[in-house]
Design a binder for this molecule. Structure first.
Ligand code: ATP
Ligand code: MG
Length: 234
């Protein structure tokens, strides 16, 4: 279980995250919604330790982690799929997947179940990451994050610029991870999205940010009746 309380973050003098709180539970997809520039990526990077926070607590499986390095957070079972994918374009697909295992011992094999989730990657193991389509790169970024079997998966706008058929595949994988876990391992999913219909379909819980604050949250089943789409329509 991930629990975040009273999180404040600044870039220089700009107060970006304002008293943010949230939780993400195993077996659930928690969606984070909000228009451009409200601080979604900043929040996710703060959870990973990729940007420093000013104050607040981040608790993961009962341990405060807000002073840990990104490396320590990854080791404790948190996987991150960054906005824009950030795969290594000049490395092969196989080596990109190995990068996901970098903190494990050198002999840890790439788990076969990744190819069950994303069969296209198996066919393309020897291709360079940069030669894949945008959607294939997104699948690679997700598989790389899943390689060390995280129990929390954080995804930052995985549908951005991706063709509809691959969006569907990614949605299926996210649902499967939350429902059945990875390799028998229960997974909590925190999914940041601007594609409203995709988010609503997957959401067990939602939160909406505006100017660095959480302005609405609740169970996914209430999103429609609460008119959440209006809060995030561009
Ligand atoms: N490295 C940085 N230095 C200074 N300001 C930044 C930095 N990164 C982001 N910001 C600012 O912080 C605010 C929040 O940005 P952030 O990227 O977190 O938003 P977002 O909700 O992820 O937006 P998008 O939907 O476009 O991805 C914006 O005003 C942005 O300009
Ligand atoms: Mg962003």
């Amino acid at each position: 279980m991930l629990t975040v309380q009273n999180l404040h973050q600044y870039y220089g003098g700009s107060h970006i995250l304002r008293d943010v709180g949230l939780s993400a539970a195993p077996g659930q997809v928690t969606v984070l919604l909000g228009r451009n520039g409200v601080g979604k990526t900043t929040l996710l990077k703060s959870l990973m330790g990729l940007v420093p926070i000013k104050s607040g607590t981040i608790t993961w499986n009962g341990q405060p982690i807000q002073h840990q390095t990104p490396y320590e957070r990854a080791r404790s079972g948190i996987g991150f799929v960054p906005q824009g994918r950030e795969i290594f374009g000049r490395l092969t697909v196989e080596d990109n997947l190995r990068m996901g295992l970098a903190y494990k011992s050198g002999s840890t094999p790439i788990p076969e179940h990744l190819y069950t989730l994303f069969p296209v990657l198996k066919q393309m193991l020897k291709r360079r990451g940069g030669d894949l389509s945008g959607g294939q790169q997104q699948q690679l970024a997700i598989a790389r994050a899943l390689a060390p079997s995280p129990s929390l998966l954080i995804l930052d706008e995985p549908t951005e610029g991706i063709q509809p058929s691959i969006i569907k595949d990614i949605g299926r994988v996210i649902r499967q991870l939350a429902d059945h876990g990875l390799d028998g391992h229960p997974v909590a999913v925190l999914l940041c999205e601007q594609y409203y219909d995709f988010a609503e379909e997957l959401a067990d819980a939602y939160l909406v940010m505006e100017r660095g604050e959480v302005i609405a949250h609740g169970p996914g089943s209430e999103m429609q009746e609460k008119g959440i789409q209006r809060l995030v329509a561009i």
